[in-house]
Design a protein around this ligand. Structure first.
Ligand SMILES: [Zn+2]
Length: 497
């Protein structure tokens, strides 16, 4: 028994100007991919454990993950796809892939569909199982070119490993003579906001995921996934969908239609009505004099690093300064030109800089100019730090060079690369203490929360005109199939039940 196992993972924000190259993926090949995957708390880790358990020979051509950003350089995709195809071409009994489901290259809108179609062509009869992210924009082509697709059921994603195990159970049955299962895909024409997919709270997403779990207990049903999709991707099949794996086509279709109808019925609950920025700041000011310890945490969800945000949108900081807020810590703000200028000026020097609002995105309205700030260069760092935890503890991270720039009201961490503020080390590398702030502004939605939320007295979500905004009016969709809710408010979709 010989099993090909690979991971190729990217969530593409087609509006993001943050480039995605081969280097962005830090691809691990062959033996390095094996080492990366073994014991990893991902679907890939579960695939490794399965292959080991059944005594199969494991072939590991690739383990590659890039943080969410703009479209993937197509040559990078070709290089990584070819590694997987070469491994498949040497002959195997099963293929297990850990993909995202919302990867777009500068040539292929449906990169996973393209990859799976090529694999199917190379190995038409080999069982092919795929684990996907809950934010996958899954397509009919992916379904047509795989035997089973199972997606995460949690956001934040804490079930990556168990999703991988789920895939292996279905593929294992195939290897033991169960025959190919049937898959059915339904895409109700609706977009869902990421901020409405938190499965830790009571919401439509949580309810329908619970229904999916229940449906998986039915006779003949192997897997039921509600994909929330990734709305800020301009491709035909962006949005919510359901994929069901079952013994036969009739069961798969019936369950998929049922789940999709539930999502459609509750479509309004997947919209995020953002509070105007001024109103959010008023909430923050009120919270700052309220009870509790630590800073008031302001999350700039329109410029969320881990959804392809440029980390250079200045709306929130600018509004905070205009409103006269004091004791601000903000960052990281990505501005390589400012970093270069401030490092050249040197520690202790006073400088006036034009900060942020420099990265322009296609199909996206960004009316703002850089913000003029006067301040002092308080510290310079190489921008590397070791994660103190609790997640990814011990991992070495690099943000490019970093500067602590201190103005009359704010201490700002400016970096050369966009970087998610998921650890205190992000700030400590320039001796900046974020917890001493009165207001802490982070460009994050979710990943910062385990570290910063328990140490803050309040959390306030703030809207900005960044490329991860929940305001669809800011985006020009050209390829997206229309009509779709809520862009076309009167979209009609009678579920076929
Ligand atoms: Zn996700």
């Amino acid at each position: 028994m010989r099993i090909v196992v690979a991971r190729l993972n990217h969530e593409t924000n087609t509006f993001s100007p943050v480039v995605t190259t081969l280097t962005s993926f830090d691809p691990q090949w062959d033996e390095a991919a094996r080492i990366f995957g073994k014991g990893s708390n991902t679907a890939l880790g579960a695939f490794h454990a399965y292959a080991e358990r059944i005594g199969a020979e494991l072939v590991t051509p690739l383990a590659a993950t890039a943080n969410p950003s703009g479209p993937v350089d197509n040559q990078a995709f070709e290089t990584m796809a070819e590694a997987i195809l070469r491994a498949v071409g040497t002959g195997c009994d099963a293929i297990l892939l850990d993909l995202h489901g919302a990867m777009v290259t500068d040539r292929f809108d449906d990169a996973e569909g393209e990859l799976l179609a090529r694999i199917r062509q190379r190995a038409p009869r080999v069982p092919l199982g795929v684990a996907l992210d809950l934010h996958g924009n899954v397509t009919q082509r992916m379904v047509d070119n795989s035997d089973c697709i199972v997606g995460f059921k949690t956001y934040p994603h804490v079930d990556m490993y168990s999703t991988g195990e789920h895939v292996t159970r279905i593929i294992d049955a195939m290897l033991n003579g169960a025959g190919s299962p049937c898959q059915h895909w339904v895409h109700p024409p609706m977009l869902a906001a990421t901020l409405r997919m938190n499965t830790n709270v009571a919401c439509a997403m949580t309810d329908i995921v619970d229904l999916a779990r229940e449906a998986e207990k039915r006779e003949g049903v192997h897997a039921v996934t509600l994909f929330g999709g990734f709305a800020i991707a301009d491709m035909a099949q962006t949005g919510v969908c359901v994929v069901v794996v079952a013994d036969n086509a009739a069961i798969a279709k019936a369950v998929a239609d049922e789940m999709a109808a539930q999502a459609w019925r509750r479509r309004a609950e997947f919209l995020y009505d953002e509070l105007p920025l001024a109103a959010s700041l008023a909430v923050a000011v009120e919270a700052s004099v309220g009870p509790g310890e630590g800073p008031v945490l302001l999350l700039d969800h329109g410029d969320n690093c881990m959804s392809g945000g440029t980390c250079d949108t200045m709306d929130v900081l600018e509004a905070m300064l205009e409103a006269g807020l004091d004791g601000i810590v903000a960052g990281p703000i990505c501005d390589p030109a400012a970093v270069g200028a401030l490092i050249a000026a040197g520690v202790g020097s006073v400088a006036t800089i034009e900060l942020g609002n420099k990265m322009k995105a296609q199909g996206f309205v960004s009316p703002h100019a850089p913000v003029t700030l006067e301040g002092r260069v308080a510290a310079i760092s190489d921008g590397s730090y070791v994660v103190s935890g609790p997640i990814y503890t011990g991992q070495l991270c690099r943000m490019g060079r970093a500067v602590k720039f201190v103005t009359a009201n704010a201490s700002i961490l400016i970096t050369e690369l966009p970087h998610e503020p998921w650890d205190l080390g992000v700030f400590h590398c320039t001796a900046l203490d974020p917890l001493a702030a009165c207001y802490l502004l982070l460009k994050s939605r979710m990943y910062c929360r385990p570290v910063f939320e328990p140490r803050s007295k309040a959390v306030v979500e703030c809207a900005s005109c960044g490329v991860t905004s929940s305001n669809y009016d800011l985006f020009s969709f050209h390829k997206l199939a229309r009509p779709i809710y809520p862009l076309d408010a009167d979209t009609d979709w009678p579920p076929a039940l």
